[in-house]
Design a protein around this ligand. Structure first.
Ligand code: PEP
Length: 250
């Protein structure tokens, strides 16, 4: 049985005050959704404050990105060991905004995945096709390629502690959600790809769906057999909306 994970990617949003309030709201409702693992992903500079507020609670936290290098002359970057200093459980790697806006290739994403594992931070690997790729019928080829880059570098065993997030790029921040059928199809494809290498492990890996998830569509998505939670952007900035999504997964 895979425990569902509902992860809030705050992107570049929030302030000291608004984050404190948002976390108060989430903590206020967390006990009611204890069946689901709840995680938040603030901008780097707020990790210390988030750690302070969440320590000892059931809500865990992580980072939205990290450097593939361990330390050194990489101005503006943040390493995996720095994330460890703030007791991050997870780090998101390969979010489509990193891939498209900052030119992160499949190889760089795979190196970030490897660097996270090296320091014991669990990677959440994002994969997903653009609208053009979906319309050209190459969704599986794209997702398969993104997955293969990590499998080639780190092997199937590396997914024992990792999470995958299927996020069709055309559904992120657009209000346009994949239907539960469309999402399930790709999730099943991802699990089958892993199962070709290790069926038992494939059955244990959590695969989240991301792309305009909200309280009103979460129940249908999270009811699908291969959807093990959500990676939530916009709706995670409101405690009520975020908790409503988690409730749908209980
Ligand atoms: C995301 O940032 O990963 C995401 C899915 O965003 P949204 O929920 O706003 O579409």
């Amino acid at each position: 049985m895979r425990r569902k994970l509902v992860a809030g990617n705050w992107k570049m949003n929030g302030s000291t005050g608004s984050i404190r309030e948002l976390l108060q709201g989430i903590l206020g409702g967390a006990a009611e959704v204890a069946a689901v693992e709840l995680a938040v992903f603030p901008p780097f500079v707020y990790l210390g404050a988030v750690e302070q507020q969440l320590s000892g609670s059931a809500v865990i936290w992580g980072a939205q990105n990290m450097c593939d290098q361990g330390s050194g002359a990489y101005t503006g970057e943040v390493s995996g060991s720095m994330l460890n200093d703030f007791h991050c459980t997870y780090v998101i790697v390969g979010h489509s905004e990193r891939r498209t806006l900052y030119g992160e290739s499949d190889q760089v994403v795979a190196q970030k995945f490897a660097a996270a594992r090296k320091v014991g931070v669990k990677p959440i690997l994002c994969v997903g096709e653009t609208l053009d790729e979906r319309e050209r019928g190459v969704t599986e080829a794209v997702v398969g390629r993104q997955l293969k880059a990590v499998l080639d570098l780190e092997g199937i065993g590396s997914f024992a502690d990792a999470v995958i997030a299927y996020e069709p790029v055309w559904a992120i921040g657009t209000g346009r959600t994949a239907t539960s059928g469309q999402a399930q199809e790709v999730h099943a494809f991802i699990r089958a790809k892993l199962a070709e290498l290790d069926p038992a492990l494939a059955n244990k890996v959590r695969i989240l769906y991301g792309g305009s998830v909200k309280g009103s569509n979460a129940a249908e998505l999270l009811a699908m057999p291969d959807i093990d939670g959500g990676l939530v952007g916009g709706a995670s900035l409101d405690a009520k909306d975020f908790l409503a999504i988690a409730k749908a997964g209980c």
